[in-house]
Design a protein around this ligand. Structure first.
Ligand code: UD1
Ligand code: MG
Length: 458
């Protein structure tokens, strides 16, 4: 039997009070819509159609290449949204999954099980339901005395008895495709919100004597529908627990999972230890046996095995095997540390490559530099790479020794084995093997201290 899917993503999300379309709000670093599309992609679907509408272009721009979409110009309700897909789907023979773009926690596994259940029950419609601790806001599942589903009643249309029902509609369903599109021609806007409710097709099927099945989720958390920012934070919390649990099962130590924030696309190798209050964002790879200490923030970076990140910020950078940074280092975009590089406290690096075994231990700024192997940066070294308008490059060759408090005025080249004297302002290239001294000569005026205001603490 062919499987199809319709993902509803046209709504504005008024309750979010946001300029960003609701389905683009992020949960663990990925839009809610992307989470839903990923779960849908885990089931074999012949045709998947995304319904876009509010800020359609922004939503379309986020869709994976090749995703089919249709525009719902006016958002007249979930039933209307599904009907918009008729041109692409109405004549197909098969079963169609309908899922909302604001339920980011529903897993691919659940969707697969829902299809299986639907086929086993030979149902016209199968609703994914859940028992909610607080059902307010959700559509309620109304069953007859025999326990079969009769209809779904929306919160705003529910009477007191219906409001007391805790079984809710997750907004995820499987329908016999042709029956779905036929029933959608019969729904009306005769309800509290004046919208075409998708949920109304259930009562239409029931009255026609067709089978309606309901599959109750074991875990309510998975069904969370995000309509406001309170629910968004709940989704974030549940997703975080799920992500952290998976990393721990895979051999990663999280000292305090409750304060460890790892985005969904992050990969982490076994034996890595992550202390409390660490944030790892975006498309980040962390290798094996890495130590990340408290307060670190890592974004879109590659940190290979046996590295240490101590209380530091790493953005769009690469740390090769055995390199270490911090405490309080800042690797800004475009930093590449080769193997066994040491970057110490209060060091900032940007758009620079440091060769194997190079050390910048203290209070240093390295920008737009290509640095060779085993270079040593003394404390307080600065590459002066910016003249207010343009950026200039510095090249420092292998084994160079940069004296403390050197100011390197780019563009320039410091040669192999060269040494710059502490306190130098380096304005010209330093040849290989040379010692550069670029500072004022010291003069001692003997006995003069007596005449100075500081003398003996006066
Ligand atoms: C819907 C269900 C409710 C269920 C809940 C689960 C209906 C009538 N109600 O309510 O029974 O308990 O989801 O989370 O279906 N959308 C469109 N076009 C529209 C309207 C909505 O594409 O014209 C999209 C939205 O972008 C959203 C989804 O459909 O992704 C659900 O819409 P929403 O307004 O959030 O419905 P709920 O009130 O949550
Ligand atoms: Mg919703």
């Amino acid at each position: 039997m062919n499987k199809f899917a319709i993902v509803l993503a046209a709504g504005k999300g008024t309750r979010m009070k946001s300029a960003l379309p609701k389905v683009l709000h992020q949960v663990a670093g990925k839009s809610m819509l992307a989470h839903v599309l990923k779960s849908v992609s885990e089931v074999e679907i012949a045709k998947n159609v995304v319904i876009v509408g509010h800020e359609a272009d922004r939503v379309i721009a986020t869709l994976p290449k090749g995703t089919q979409f249709v525009k719902q110009v006016e958002q007249l309700g979930t039933g209307h949204a599904v009907r918009i897909a008729a041109d692409l789907l109405a004549n197909e023979e098969g079963a169609t999954l309908v899922i909302a773009g604001d339920t980011p926690l529903i897993t691919g596994e659940t969707l697969g099980a829902l299809f299986d259940y639907h086929f086993a029950q030979k149902a016209t419609a199968t609703i994914l339901t859940a028992i909610a601790p607080n059902p307010t806001g959700y559509g309620r599942i109304i069953r007859d005395e025999k326990g079969s589903v009769e209809k779904i009643v929306e919160q705003k249309d529910a009477n007191d008895f219906e409001k007391s029902i805790t079984e809710i509609n997750t907004g995820t369903y499987i329908f016999d495709n042709k029956s779905l599109f036929k029933a959608l021609t019969e729904i009306t806007t005769d309800n509290a919100q004046g919208e075409y409710y998708l949920t109304d097709v259930i009562e239409i099927f029931k009255k026609a004597g067709q089978t309606i099945a309901a599959h109750i989720l074991d875990d309510f958390d998975e069904s969370l529908g995000v309509n406001d920012r309170v629910a968004l934070s709940q989704a974030e919390g549940t997703m975080r627990k799920r992500i952290n649990h998976e990393h721990m099962v895979n051999g990663v130590t999280l000292i305090d999972p409750a304060t460890t924030y790892i985005d969904s696309e992050v990969t982490i190798g076994a034996e890595t230890v992550i202390e409390a209050n660490v944030t790892i964002k975006g498309n980040t790879f962390i290798g094996k046996n890495v130590l990340i200490t408290n307060g670190s923030r890592i974004e879109n970076s590659e940190i290979h095995s046996n590295c240490e990140v101590r209380n530091s910020t790493v953005e769009e950078s690469r740390m090769s095997v055995g390199s270490n940074v911090g405490p309080y280092a800042h690797l800004r975009p475009g930093t590449v540390l080769s193997e066994e590089v040491h970057v110490g406290n209060f060091v900032e690096i940007k758009s620079s490559t440091l060769g194997k075994g190079t050390k910048a231990g203290h209070l240093t700024y390295i920008g737009n530099a290509t640095v060779g192997e085993k270079v040593n940066f003394g404390a307080g070294t600065i590459t002066a790479n910016f003249d207010g308008k343009n950026k200039f490059n510095t090249e420092i060759d292998d084994f160079a020794f940069i004296g403390s408090n050197s100011t390197i005025i780019a563009p320039l080249y410091i040669g192999k084995n060269a040494l710059t004297a502490a306190g130098s302002v380096v304005t010209e290239d330093v040849p290989d093997e040379a010692v550069e001294i670029g500072r004022g000569k010291q003069v001692n005026k003997l006995g003069r201290a007596k005449k100075m205001p500081h003398y003996r603490g006066q």
